[in-house]
Design a protein. Structure first.
Length: 156
């Protein structure tokens, strides 16, 4: 049989949160028709709580004193200096430029990402990804020219 609406409203839901209460610490009060904590147990609990609060207060004061000491020390800040690209040519001579172009083409073709050509509808265009451009930004001018000479179509 189901419970009535009133029983469902008054029914306790979930686990009881009142832990640590032993029946031996309580006695029945006939006047109020309720269980009351014994005086010696109440005094012991008050003393324990006062002790915990005093310890917490002392710890908070100690933390404030530590914070004051930390504020007296000069603050050190970490300054990040951006990496500057060296000025001047990226490669010393034409032989080095040709070798670098070949190396870049090999790396680009290792895992090629392709785009569709709108005219032929074939994936003929090689996508130069952002990480590749960031990594080799000093070499991009002569590498793009090399790709044009080789008739390799790229994006960007």
């Amino acid at each position: 049989m189901g419970n009535t609406k009133k029983e469902e409203e008054t029914k306790r839901k979930g686990r009881s949160k009142r832990t640590g209460r032993k029946p031996s610490n309580y006695r029945y009060d006939k006047l109020n028709d309720a269980q009351k904590m014994k005086p010696d147990v109440r005094a012991r609990k008050r003393a324990d709580r006062a002790k915990r609060e005093a310890e917490a207060k002392a710890e908070a004061e100690a933390n404030e004193a530590d914070a004051d000491e930390e504020q007296e020390q000069p603050e050190t800040t970490i300054v990040v200096v951006p990496k500057r690209l060296p000025l001047g040519p990226c490669c010393p001579d034409q032989v080095a430029i040709a070798a670098k172009n070949e190396q870049l083409l090999i790396e680009l073709m290792r895992k090629p990402q392709r785009a569709f050509d709108s005219v032929t509808m074939r994936p003929d265009i090689i996508v130069i990804q952002a990480w590749f451009e960031r990594k080799y930004r000093r070499h991009m001018p002569h590498f793009r020219e090399y790709l044009r000479e080789q008739n390799i179509r790229t994006t960007g």
